[in-house]
Design a binder for this molecule. Structure first.
Ligand code: PG9
Length: 626
């Protein structure tokens, strides 16, 4: 345990002999209940990856739980002067601390190439090696292989069985480990994995750019150790992005043009080969399923709501014996499964859902594959909101979306279509007064004190009261309506412009009065919502301008949901054409690349949504019998 002294961070000086700091710091720790080893593990190309290994005292034949991360292995293990108590240290490690501690696992956290203590170059979510997108000889799959190879040969306290887990970027890294896996890799638990940055994870949703993520791209790539934080010149992100104009202009103000990943993202606005060839569900589908995987998904994941169910869909056909692929869908924000899961924003689940999952699903699952203990974990474990209960299922989705819920004239909504000739519900979408995704002020998403993590459960009444948001509501339900699957939007609409965004929200409206919790009276709780950029109506990879004033069908999926609309509640659908500043504004005039739309390109548009006649708009709901 040596080597953390000054020698690491400065060149020898002629006055070295007078330096009071030890050149080679002895870090032996008396009285600690674990041993911390810090090693730089060589990869096949000689690049060394900085790795922290935490071994509980007395460990023998213990499995290893590995997390690979761009978020600072030393920081996630308490830093150099970390606590003597492993329980305390694991709290920082962005993992299921209780399960790791009680399971007696050896915990390993490693910096990926090019970040924090690791050598090498950095690419954001590096695509598979040896391809146009990553012509180098390595990627996170090879680096995981080499790391596991080293660990099983050099950590004598281990039983030579390794599991990999991680949240988000680290969840993506857990997925990469399963491509040509090391034989010692026995299980993977990708939690809220980033899978497809264009379809619906961090960078875009159906082609609409999540421009507030510029901060992330800046911090991640400007420096090795995220030491140059994003600055904002406004408290409210609305002001920052609105004043800038386009996303490209906002980026230029912040010198983002020099950042490699920004150059790539801004030159690939459509779902072209660049995005398709690195989408992890597509990549994994080309490989055999060799390692048991538990996908972990949050139904209100504000960052990566697309990834885990997409991987499930892509890999399920490969799981012919039904014993390799598992999925959990919990009522969680991004990563909440390792924290307190009693509530999300204003929505209470009547129980700590995350703790239940960790002890009843995760702990036996890991133990089964890493220690050989029996387990009784269902292929799919899903939390049903509304009735607030866990369910154990054989498969997902339970229902395909084929119960149409129609938008109707006069703000009606129902399972019966409005008879009579075509009518429309109209509004004017003005990019100069965009609809916000939550009430202003909206601080930068990662600012301290930001409640960004809970925005997907925000009360939608603030939007309902706007003239440029259409609202459709059913009568008060007399019977429960349960959905378990992925709702599909079929919006029939015209725009007077030549491009347009469409945002559709499926909402559970609480009764007018909720005596047990008065502040929830009339609450408009979003169950599933998403955005679609109109230019991709015919093809995600080949955008086209929209014919003005022509009713056209826009079809897109909403996020997966398992929810009961209870008697006394109403179902609501809202439709709008901006969701700012999370998503960049569509100028509503077709331009080649929206990143570089000019101020004069932004124009008002009259939107007409068909609500009766043969082409009435609807959401196909995956309704299941109660
Ligand atoms: N959602 C974050 C992220 C993942 C992958 C790429 C970029 C961002 C994260 O939480 O790690």
């Amino acid at each position: 345990l040596a080597g953390q002294g000054y020698a690491q961070d400065q060149k020898p000086s002629p006055n070295q002999q007078y330096d009071e700091r030890p050149a080679d710091l002895n870090l032996s720790h008396q009285g600690w209940n674990y041993e911390k080893r810090v090693v730089d593990i060589p990869m096949r190309d000689g690049v060394k990856l900085h790795t922290v290994i935490l071994i509980p005292n007395g460990a023998k034949d213990a499995p290893i739980l590995l997390t690979r991360t761009p978020y600072n292995a030393e920081g996630m293990t308490g830093g150099a002067g970390s606590s003597a108590n492993l329980a305390e240290v694991l709290q920082h490690s962005d993992g299921p601390a209780d399960v790791i501690l009680k399971g007696g696992y050896i915990r390993v956290i490693q910096d990926v190439r090019g970040k924090y203590g690791s050598e090498g170059i950095y690419m954001m979510n590096p695509p598979p090696h040896g391809t146009d997108l990553n012509p180098t000889d390595t990627d996170d799959s090879t680096d995981t292989y080499d790391t596991i190879d080293w660990l099983v040969k050099n950590v004598p306290e281990s039983n030579k069985k390794v599991g990999i887990l991680g949240i988000s970027y680290d969840g993506y890294l857990s997925l990469t480990a399963t491509i040509d896996p090391h034989p010692a890799l026995k299980v993977a638990v990708p939690m809220n994995p980033m899978v497809d940055g264009w379809r619906g994870d961090d960078w875009f949703h159906n082609g609409a750019l999540r421009e507030t993520n510029m901060t992330y791209i800046w911090e991640q790539e400007a420096t090795k150790a995220n030491s140059n934080p994003w600055f904002s010149t406004t408290y409210d992100d609305y002001d920052y992005y609105k004043r800038a104009g386009s996303a490209g202009a906002a980026a230029a103000q912040h010198n983002l043009d020099q950042i490699g990943f920004w150059k790539k993202i801004s030159s690939h606005p459509a779902y072209d080969k660049f995005w398709q060839d690195q989408a992890m569900d597509r990549v994994l589908a080309k490989h055999p399923l060799k390692v048991p995987i538990m996908l972990v998904h949050g139904q209100w994941d504000q960052e990566d709501i697309y990834g885990a169910p997409a991987v499930w869909k892509a890999l399920k056909p490969k799981d012919t014996d039904n014993d390799m692929l598992y999925m959990t869908m919990g009522p969680w924000y991004h990563g909440q499964e390792v924290r307190d899961g009693s509530a999300l924003g204003n929505i209470d689940w009547d129980q700590d859902t995350a703790k239940w999952w960790r002890w009843h699903v995760l702990a036996p699952f890991l133990s089964h594959y890493l220690k050989g203990t029996p387990m009784d974990v269902a292929p799919v474990t899903v939390f049903r909101s509304g009735t607030n209960e866990w369910q154990e299922l054989q498969d997902w989705p339970v229902a395909k979306a084929n119960d149409p819920l129609y938008l109707k004239p006069g703000g009606g909504l129902g399972f019966d279509k409005a008879a009579g000739p075509m009518q429309t519900a109209d509004y004017v979408s003005d990019p100069d007064h965009p609809v916000t995704y939550r009430p202003r002020p909206i601080p930068p998403v990662y600012a301290s004190g930001s409640t960004w993590h809970q925005w997907l459960t925000d009360d939608q009444r603030f939007a309902e009261s706007r003239p440029d948001v259409l609202t459709f509501t059913t009568d008060v339900l007399t019977k429960p309506v349960t959905i378990a699957g992925q709702p599909v939007v079929h919006l029939n609409a015209s725009t007077s412009g030549t491009d347009s965004d469409w945002v559709v929200k499926l909402i559970d409206v609480y009764p007018d009065q909720v005596p047990a919790k008065p502040e929830m009276g009339g609450y408009e709780f979003p169950v599933a919502m998403d955005i679609f950029r109109g230019r991709y109506r015919e093809s995600l990879s080949d955008p086209k301008s929209i014919t003005p004033d022509k009713p056209l069908e826009y079809t897109f999926d909403l996020p997966n949901s398992d929810h009961v609309f209870l008697p006394g509640h109403r179902i609501m659908v809202q439709v709008q054409s901006s969701w700012f500043p999370l998503y960049d504004r569509n100028p509503q005039k077709y331009v080649k690349n929206i990143f570089y739309a000019k101020p004069e390109d932004f124009q008002k548009a009259t939107q007409k949504v068909t609500v009766s006649g043969p082409n009435a708009s609807y959401i196909d709901l995956p309704v299941v019998a109660n």
